[in-house]
Design a protein around this ligand. Sequence first.
Ligand code: BG6
Length: 513
Amino acid sequence: MLHLQQSDSATSNTPENIDEKRLTTMSPGSETRAMHDTLFLFGATGDLAQRYLFPSLLRLLGDGLLPEDFKVRALALSPHDTEAFREILRPRLQQAMPQASQDDIQSLLQRIDYRSVDLRDPQSVADSVRDLVHRQCVSYLAIPPGLYISTCEGLALGGALAAPARLMLEKPIGSDSASAEHILTTIGQWIDEDRVFRLDHYLGKAAVQNLIALRFGNTLLEAVWNRNYIESVHILVAESEGVDGRDAYYARSGALRDMVQSHILQLLCLVAMEPPASLEADRVRDEKVKVLRALRPLDAKHAARDSVRGRYTAGSINGQPAQAYQPPEGSDVETFAGVTAHIDNWRWSGVPFHLVTGKRLPERTTRVVVTLKPVTHWLFERPHRGNATPNRITFQLQPQENIELGLMSSLAGPEWGALELHPLELELSVPTGLHRRIAYERLFLDAFNGNHALFVRDDEVRAAWAWIDSVSEAWKAAPLPLQPYPAGQWGPTEAAGFLPADVDADAGRKDPA
Ligand code: BG6
């Protein structure tokens, strides 16, 4: 294997280049507007806020990237007062950001006040924000989507959705087309689309944004990026974690709605979209939505050929026992989904996109594997044409960021040169993992600056749900059985055909715990 490393100087996160990074947004021009300076954070006691959102704000504050008079109002149901909330948050910040200084932690805590609020009661929401709406406000809803409408009604009542106020919404927007439509249109009465920022935190990951850089910054890739050269694409988002602790949400969601509808379809868009005319937010989003609209709906006839669903049973991961997932009575959700998507357009006609995700798989990995077609005429005796490994480009997005290029070469062959070819992996590993910002840092900054490029537009939400609905309806109509798989394996045996070639789908099968 050839191993190339990017030099450290190209990736360092020194204070001098932080400001440059801040300006390097995908929407040139947005950085000239004044930043919004007041955050209403709903769901402030929840896991997302405590583990990711507040630590992200701490990093941004420490790096001097937030406005001078930045203020957070933390909101949740619990009847804390501000002091009690700060004391709950302090150790969580220390734990999440052990390298943060006490001064920075104190500075963030001082900017936070807390209000208890009943999100089912619009009046309660309105009362909890009214005193701050004269400022430049951003409301962030890190709460179940079932509470979006009553919360937004309250925000509108309290004046917190009037221009120039902004709204940040976590995924999922609804649980199917109908519920998403209801949320979109109801909230749309109170706030214009150009002030709504729908998050998909995968878009905030630098490694995911790098897909755009690689595709459109390199002639080499774009030249072969079509049905003439590409045989298939795999998008795999594997997690070793289970459903743990999110049972109520997951029992209504499952892998298809939780992961494919959002993160995986966003990755698919970035891999498959046409080059946008510019990196301006709507030019990028126009191209993404075209991909979603070109997805061929799944039908019951093809459900078994083009999809697989599974649920983990007891097993073991890295030698540790893992319990089975047991959803409540009546829930039929999957923890593993594999779907072959077909993009019916000029560029991708005939190229299968295998989309796979699952919980309690042997390892955490997110990767996009692009397999190229065999060469048109094979000159070599060894290996026999049929045994040649096709060229493959692997974008490993997490946990490490890596690009691998699989070539055939005679470098490792005998002394007489090109008589015998062997697969050669060119690995470009980028030592950035430690420096990378939490996805939410980037997304916060962009929302405060009014840059929409990394947020999901309403028509993307609609188009994504339309396709997901076709999959879940096909599953019901077929019906497609839910296949069990022991925790620690690569999904059910039926999943093997959906996984990329570099995954050993049989690993551990003979030896379940
Ligand atoms: C969330 C899903 O959106 O993404 C979770 O709801 C999933 O089920 C998580 O575990 C994965 O995110 P990441 O950043 O850890 O890959």
